[in-house]
Design a protein around this ligand. Structure first.
Ligand code: SF4
Ligand code: SF4
Ligand code: SF4
Length: 251
């Protein structure tokens, strides 16, 4: 181990892993009752730098989500808080059972550890293996039906990074003077957001897809301090400039 903490979801039991999964480490620290200075400090540093930008640009399991993102349906707002429930449940389960329960269900661990170890002759097709395959299969089906399904609703690492989304240096900003409220940006968002109204949402993974889709240049990814957590550009309300095209108009 290199003692480097990975800013995403990956399995540290992977035969090729050289970094630590924050969720796996968190569970072990709860089990052993260790004060997590290094973990908390590192996660705060990651969060302040990019928030969920690591979800959009770095995490390999997020990349798998992207590969299967065929249906960019609108996000279910209440269900998106499910990832915080999973995060709290992961901590409580580690404390209550003195075991890394989340790791035994994690779909990333299924791909990065269970399957490789099976082919290496180390793992067997037993009950824990079949549970892993079941959670992986369910997650893959969810990803096919709903773009970034795991990232939207279930990932505890996404929940941790989401806590910093509105204060992180990397952030999405809206130029209200340029926005015509055409809604084109919402059609490409893998998280099912409407970027022109939800650009500072905790679900935004800062992937930049909406910035490329906006032909009016109203959305930007910036690396700078967020002032009060809100974009300050422009005072005019969206869509009130007669010189800008309405929804469906050409740029
Ligand atoms: S939500 Fe989880 S799986 Fe998705 S990109 Fe972020 S850390 Fe990775
Ligand atoms: S003008 Fe750009 S930011 Fe505004 S709604 Fe259209 S695509 Fe989105
Ligand atoms: S709002 Fe834009 S940057 Fe955020 S997830 Fe959606 S497309 Fe990506």
């Amino acid at each position: 181990m290199t003692h480097l903490i990975f800013p995403g979801l990956h399995c540290y039991a992977c035969p090729l892993s050289v970094t630590i999964c924050p969720i796996g480490l968190m569970q072990n620290l709860v089990i052993y009752g260790t004060v997590p200075y290094f973990l908390v400090g590192t996660l705060v540093a990651y969060g302040l730098f990019a928030g969920r930008g690591f979800c959009g640009w770095f995490c390999p399991f997020g990349f798998l989500n992207d590969l299967l993102s065929f249906r960019k349906v609108r996000i279910q707002r209440v269900a998106s808080f499910g990832k915080f429930v999973v995060l709290i449940g992961t901590i409580l389960a580690a404390w209550g059972f003195a075991d890394t329960i989340f790791c035994k269900l994690c779909p990333a661990a299924s791909i990065e550890a269970s399957i490789p170890y099976l082919f290496m002759g180390i793992a067997q097709v037993n009950r824990p293996f079949l549970i892993h395959m079941g959670t992986l299969a369910g997650t893959l089906v969810g990803m096919v039906l709903i773009a970034r399904f795991w990232c939207r609703y279930l990932c505890p690492m996404g929940a941790i990074l989401a806590l910093f989304n509105r204060v992180s240096f990397l952030h999405l900003s809206l130029d209200r003077r340029a926005c015509s409220q055409c809604g084109v940006c919402g059609e490409v968002c893998p998280m099912g957001l409407e970027p022109h109204t939800e650009y500072d949402d905790h679900n935004c993974i800062k992937c930049g897809a909406c910035t490329e889709a906006c032909s009016l240049g109203a959305l930007h990814l910036r690396l700078s301090p967020q002032v009060g957590g809100k974009d300050r550009q422009g005072s005019r309300q969206p869509g009130t400039d007669p010189g800008r095209p309405a929804r469906g108009g050409s740029a």
